[in-house]
Design a protein around this ligand. Structure first.
Ligand SMILES: Cc1ncc(COP(=O)(O)O)c(C=O)c1O
Length: 439
């Protein structure tokens, strides 16, 4: 019979420690609790996560009231009115337009800000493509800046380096709910007369110091897509206190017609990004949940930060203690040079421990996607490049920290219904796996 050789170093170590256990060797053997679950040890996270219930009575009541209406159209719609009134309690900005998605909110924001052909908009490339779809549809040019090692947000110094006479705006993406360095970005935007747009799609309920997220830029954009902290399936909202941009949000989400003015004329060229009353009904109810959801996620995330502060081989995210991060997910990094395994093996071991872990985030930075590499945005071509309005070549873009983040990051999925013991157990899983693989 062929000998039964273990196929990997990990299996070899596991097999040999079991064998040593059987022969009664009492040298430096790992106690059972230290043995990885992937090697047959006990799981660090023993029980299932508490169940998350995302909607209930309040949403049902709003939907019921909505079905009693004669119209489901947004303009002067009671659910839309209520949604926007409640949204303003979350993000107190005087002009707000409900819309069909976060992508729509971002497109409305750049269009209303007057971004047009050849204008450059500096942003992050670790984000959803919805951050830049509107920029490209305006025939403007996304310019990607590098990110902070542990914030995963725009590095203000790199943003400033990329400013040219064509730069018109910055889109600050608060990744996973972690507020960007808005002081620095605000200063840069003011110095260069740029519009500062906040992509708050992942940041419902986050705060910078005591300021609600979205209130330091010129325009705030939110997503209500299904995976977000609050949702109506698909939806979005865009808001502003700027007297120039604010009144343009409604027409730029509604085919270019200003319904406040009346008269039925199309003053701008814009598409239909309206949200209807059924979505607004659910969104209105969800607004009442934002504060509790954000508070709970922030508390659970800070427990992870505290528990994982000094674990060798991994780096927790950098969140300013005075800010509130609403942790759409908890993203951290492995330090491959300090571990005897790669990220895939590390995350596999974590998952076996019962931790809700996933390796990586998006597969490549936005500029690494085929549509950017091929400049194939409009029927396979890119008019602004062909017309000489930009020299941008995405195949030449390389951002070292951005690329390193995506190669080394992993995510722990946390949600507001989790309790402290469960989250401490998840942290325990990270510590156990990191200790096991420490170089
Ligand atoms: C940071 C960010 N920006 C924009 C979007 C686009 O939002 P939506 O999917 O609602 O269009 C998302 C959604 O995933 C996002 O995470």
């Amino acid at each position: 019979m062929a000998p039964d050789f273990p196929s990997s170093r990990r299996e070899f170590l596991a097999a040999s420690s079991l064998a040593l256990g059987m022969t009664g060797f009492d040298g430096p053997r790992r106690p059972d609790a230290e043995r990885l679950a992937i090697d047959g040890g006990p799981k660090a996270v023993a029980g299932p996560a508490p169940r998350l219930v995302r909607w209930g009575g309040p949403e049902r009541d709003q939907l019921d009231a909505m079905l009693g209406q004669n119209s489901l159209f947004y303009w002067k719609g009671p659910r839309t009115g209520l949604f926007l009134e409640r949204f303003r309690k979350v993000c107190p900005l005087p002009h707000a337009m409900s819309c069909s998605s976060g992508t729509a909110a971002l497109h409305i924001s750049v269009a209303a800000a007057g971004i047009g052909p050849g204008d450059e908009v500096i942003t992050s490339s670790i984000t959803d493509i919805g951050t830049v779809i509107g920029v490209l549809y305006q025939q403007a040019v996304p310019v990607f800046a590098d990110l902070g090692r542990n914030t995963y947000n725009l590095d203000p110094a790199d943003v400033e380096r990329r400013i040219t006479p064509r730069t018109k705006a910055i889109i600050a993406v608060h990744l996973a709910g972690n507020p960007c360095d808005m002081d620095a970005l605000r200063t840069i935007a003011d110095r260069h007369k740029l519009v500062l747009i906040e992509d708050c799609a992942q940041a419902w309920g986050s705060r910078r110091g005591d300021r609600p997220i979205g209130t330091e830029g010129d325009v705030a954009c939110y997503s209500l897509q299904n995976s977000k902290q609050v949702t109506c399936g698909d939806g979005g909202v865009v808001a502003s206190a700027d007297p120039g941009i604010g009144p343009r949000l409604q027409p730029f989400g509604d085919k270019g017609m200003d319904r406040m003015k009346g008269g039925g004329l199309f003053e701008h060229f814009a598409t239909n990004y309206r949200m209807s009353e059924p979505q607004a009904a659910v969104a209105a109810a969800q607004m009442e949940r934002v504060e509790a959801i954000a508070k709970s996620r922030a508390r659970l995330g800070s427990i992870l930060n505290e528990e994982l502060a000094d674990v060798p081989g991994v780096e927790p995210p950098a969140i300013r203690p005075e800010d509130r991060c609403s942790y759409w997910f908890y993203m951290m990094r492995v330090r491959p040079e300090a571990l005897r395994c790669d990220r895939a093996e590390f995350v596999k071991a974590l998952a076996a421990e019962g931790a809700p872990a996933a390796a990586g985030y998006i597969p490549v930075p936005l500029y690494g996607n085929p549509v950017f590499q091929n400049h194939g945005f409009f029927a396979g071509s890119w008019p602004v490049k062909e017309m000489g309005l930009t020299e941008m070549d995405y195949s030449q873009v390389s951002l070292p920290e951005t690329e390193a983040i995506l190669k080394t990051c992993f995510r722990l999925m946390i949600h507001e219904a989790m309790d402290e013991p469960h989250v401490r157990a998840i942290a325990g899983a990270v510590r156990k796996v990191a200790r096991h693989y420490a170089a």
